[in-house]
Design a protein around this ligand. Structure first.
Ligand code: ATP
Ligand code: MG
Length: 418
């Protein structure tokens, strides 16, 4: 075939789309119970926004962004993540003038030039949530509990909640020093990227995915030992709320996350069934980002969950979401066909899914089609039915059947669906 989709991007079509829609519905149901409202920021932003927030020495900015100049020479990037655009939107629209917390969620495609593999694509969808204006760790625990309920609603099990605190700008310098100290005699064994990170941003070494680097950093000092008293207290209170809410967690002191804007709480939700790309959701606090972007000091916390990884877990756990029409109208002959079309449009007007047979198809082939679609009912109309004013119905699940007059159709089908 002449044209194919680009490498690392995918069409999403039925029946998979029904699983996607199920997840989208769970997002709306659960997130709105926590007061999160939808934001729809644009997919393109000024490149600068991502460099400033995610950080120059991160994988995303160094290697993964789809960046181009437009016809006026502006530097533009297809968003690789949603937090920076949400922060830009929060400030630009003066949402900080509204009472905190301001809680938002968004859903849509993100773009990263990564090596395509299982669970890793170049266009992928994220469900993101951000809460602005609250420092209290209670909101950190609410965010984790919202994620937990969301995954429970979808019936996903075997999820691990990993949490950490990476401190604030007060704790960071001492920790950086300790890391540099620890890495200084191991530097030759690191990958070229980490050699550079050692000079520029040693924390990033903790996020490297190269085996040798993972080995070499095993005994590295732990950030949790360097927390200042405020960060320590924040973290301990957060953990006590997780206990209160019965959320089992594991502290992972190496989890620094791949983006520079994080402060204090970081977390990841992982699932063993996913293999090496096992994170389904990840996030954390970014208490300085709003200020860095020129807004007022505003603590904030958020996360993003990967749709492809969630839907693949649902698929592999046998989820099949194939909707079926309520009614199939099979007709024989032209008067019946017209009558069928009118009934179909009346029922459809009430939101009932109706399929019709098309001319030239025998009754048998229309019945086969109804079966294939798993329609709940078939209505059969031919010349006899037109003459007698009664049409035949069949329920495919138990093969029951009967007759009703044309003017009973409305009550028969519409009433149960109201
Ligand atoms: P990873 O460690 O898997 O690369 P990340 O740290 O880059 O993840 P985030 O930027 O925090 O991930 O994104 C949050 C979530 O988005 C991830 O946990 C994952 O579910 C999903 N995700 C990230 N990158 C991709 C991708 N290239 N393809 C599909 N899903 C992705
Ligand atoms: Mg990544």
């Amino acid at each position: 075939m002449k044209y194919t989709a680009l490498k690392g991007v995918h069409d999403i079509l039925p029946p998979d789309i029904f699983i996607w829609q199920k997840v989208e519905k769970a997002v709306k149901d659960i997130f709105s119970a926590y007061g999160f409202q939808e934001l729809r920021p644009p997919i393109i932003e000024a490149t600068e926004i991502f460099i400033r927030s995610i950080g120059e020495t991160t994988d995303i900015v160094e290697k993964e962004m789809y960046t181009f100049t437009d016809k006026a020479g502006r530097h533009i990037t297809l968003r690789p993540e949603g937090t920076a655009p949400a922060v830009r939107c929060y400030i630009e629209n003066h949402l900080y003038t509204l009472p905190p917390p301001q809680k938002f969620f968004y859903y849509g495609p993100m773009f990263r030039y990564e090596r395509p593999q299982a669970g890793r694509f170049r266009q992928f969808f994220q469900i993101g949530a951000e809460a602005f204006g609250v420092e209290d760790p209670k909101i950190d625990s609410e965010i984790i509990s919202m994620l937990k309920l969301f995954f429970e609603r979808l019936g996903l099990k075997n999820l691990n909640f990993e949490v950490n605190s990476i401190g604030c700008e007060k704790c960071r310098p001492d920790y950086k020093k300790a890391l540099l100290n620890f890495f200084s005699d191991k530097i030759n064994g690191f990958c070229p990227d980490c050699k550079r990170r050692f000079e520029q941003n040693p924390l990033r070494i903790l996020d490297c995915k190269v085996d040798e680097c993972i080995q070499l950093r095993q005994r590295a000092p732990r950030v949790t030992e360097f927390l200042c008293s405020n960060c320590r207290k924040h973290f301990d209170t957060f953990l006590s709320f997780l206990k209160l809410l019965n959320i089992p967690y594991v502290i992972n002191p190496n989890m620094v996350r791949g983006l520079d804007y994080y402060t204090r709480t970081t977390f990841e939700v992982t699932c063993e069934h996913l293999g090496s790309q096992n994170a389904v959701a990840a996030g954390g606090r970014y208490d300085k980002l709003v200020e860095d972007f020129g807004g007022p000091p505003t603590p904030a916390i958020g996360f993003a969950a990967g749709m492809e990884r969630i839907t693949s877990l649902l698929k592999s756990s046998g989820n099949r979401e194939i909707p079926a029409p309520a009614v199939f109208i099979a007709t024989i002959g032209s008067p019946a066909e017209k009558e069928g079309l009118v009934i179909a449009s009346t029922l459809r007007g009430k939101g009932i899914w109706v399929e019709v047979g098309y001319s030239g198809h025998s009754l048998k082939s229309q019945m086969r089609k109804a079966d294939r679609l798993s329609a709940e009912y078939v209505l059969i109309i031919g010349d006899d039915e037109i003459n007698s004013g009664k049409l035949k119905w069949k329920r495919l699940s138990d093969r029951t059947q009967g007759e009703i007059s044309f003017n009973e159709v409305y009550n028969f089908f519409i009433a149960p669906y109201l």
